[in-house]
Ligand binder design. Structure first.
Ligand SMILES: NC(=O)c1ccc[n+]([C@@H]2O[C@H](COP(=O)([O-])OP(=O)(O)OC[C@H]3O[C@@H](n4cnc5c(N)ncnc54)[C@H](O)[C@@H]3O)[C@@H](O)[C@H]2O)c1
Length: 357
């Protein structure tokens, strides 16, 4: 039997992966305990998505456990052992602002939870492929020291800079920079995943995400900015831009395109490899540009205000260079541009708003 094990399976990336893998594996086991509701409140709960998957996907088995509990993880790994061919680890405390509220919780979920899963894999399914969703926050605020130029609606990097054409590559230092506590706990996990590849020879891959987005994000003010912004457009709730004149730039990758990267890696895995993963030059926007796009798609004005207080460690300009991945996996490319993605988010949210109201 071939099994894919997905942690954080009710979240944005985990749920996309469950749907993607359903016809590629005999069984998809998902682990998620809706901790996202504890982090960000009722609006960010992911149980609706778990219910959607459970009713829609016949070979999906949901397990409501916490990745911090090794004994609970061990039960699954001991039951299915080498039938587990893929572990996709997406469960996390994903917000850099939230991490400072409860550093113990953040570290135990992001760092210790990852070590728990790596060790279970090594002991029970050492041949399996292990994929980890890391983050561009491992580079800390290093990107903020690039030569940036202010334009009308966005910050942009100087045209003569090596990063202008494709964005930031994996060679940027992760050292001696302000990561936020979230970035630091993800660095610990990121390096551990690399190490299980380099030291034990396991097939592990680290994907350092830019902004990951898609219609199944349970967007909250502290995490999932495009989904949250669109939610504000639909509901009329106020939105606050924090700092950098609203011109900060993020690249955005649709959850489908990211999971398709994982699928390519699974079929031709490497040991302890690291890739930047984002929308790159293909899909990126500033806050102001995102607001305009959301207004255009929803046909509604967003009720936003501006605060001069930039978020601690927030990036001013970040665009992922994915050319290393493209070189290793030349048949992969993006399917969804920003307009497609935002339209899907809008349509998904509109249905959910109707269902929940
Ligand atoms: N969304 C982004 O913009 C972004 C950017 C870079 C990296 N990432 C990383 O990608 C991964 C997936 O992000 P996402 O947007 O899908 O997050 P998400 O919050 O939508 O999904 C994560 C899921 O994990 C679950 N979870 C959290 N802690 C758990 C625990 N201890 N035990 C069991 N389940 C737990 C949550 O309930 C949630 O459903 C995360 O590791 C995140 O750090 C996300």
């Amino acid at each position: 039997m071939n099994i894919a094990l997905v942690t954080g399976s009710a979240g944005l990336i985990g749920s996309e992966a469950v749907e993607f893998f359903a016809d590629k594996f005999d069984l998809v086991i998902g682990i998620d305990n809706n901790l996202r509701e504890y982090f960000f409140g009722k609006d960010a709960a992911t149980d609706w998505n778990k219910n959607r998957l459970s009713s829609k996907i016949k070979n999906y088995k949901h397990v409501n456990i916490d990745i911090r509990e090794v004994k609970d993880l061990e039960k699954i790994f001991a039951d299915y052992n080498t039938d587990i061919k893929l572990i996709l680890h997406t469960a996390a405390q994903p917000s850099h602002d939230w991490a400072a509220k409860e550093p113990f919780t953040d570290f135990s979920v992001n760092a210790t939870g990852t070590v728990n899963l790596l060790e279970m894999t090594r002991l029970h399914a050492p041949q399996a492929v292990f994929i980890f969703t890391s983050t561009n926050k491992v580079y800390g605020d290093n990107p903020n020291f690039l030569p940036l130029i202010e334009q009308e609606t966005r910050w942009e990097i100087a045209t003569e800079h090596a990063y202008f054409e494709q964005g930031i590559d994996e060679k940027m230092s992760i050292d001696n920079t302000k990561h936020s506590l979230f970035g630091a706990s993800k660095v610990a996990a990121d390096v551990f995943v690399q190490e299980y590849g380099k030291y034990f020879g396991m097939k592990t891959g680290v994907f350092r995400g830019g902004c990951l987005t898609g219609p199944n994000h349970s967007g909250a003010q502290l995490h999932g900015f495009l989904a949250y912004l669109m939610k504000c457009a639909i509901t009329g709730n106020p939105y606050t831009i924090f700092g950098y004149k609203g011109k900060q730039v993020r690249d955005n990758i649709h959850s489908y395109d990211l999971v398709n990267m994982f699928w390519h890696f699974y079929q031709l895995p490497k040991a302890g490899e690291v890739y930047n993963a984002g929308g790159g030059r293909f899909a990126n926007c500033s806050m102001l540009e995102a607001i305009r796009l959301c207004e255009k798609i929803s046909g509604k004005k967003i009720n936003y205000t501006y605060s001069d207080n930039a978020r601690n460690g927030d990036h001013i300009w970040y665009i992922s260079d994915v050319s290393k991945f493209k070189k290793d996996y030349p048949t992969w490319t993006w399917k969804y541009n920003l307009l497609d993605t935002l339209t899907q988010i809008h349509d998904g949210l509109s249905v959910r708003e109707i269902v929940t109201n």
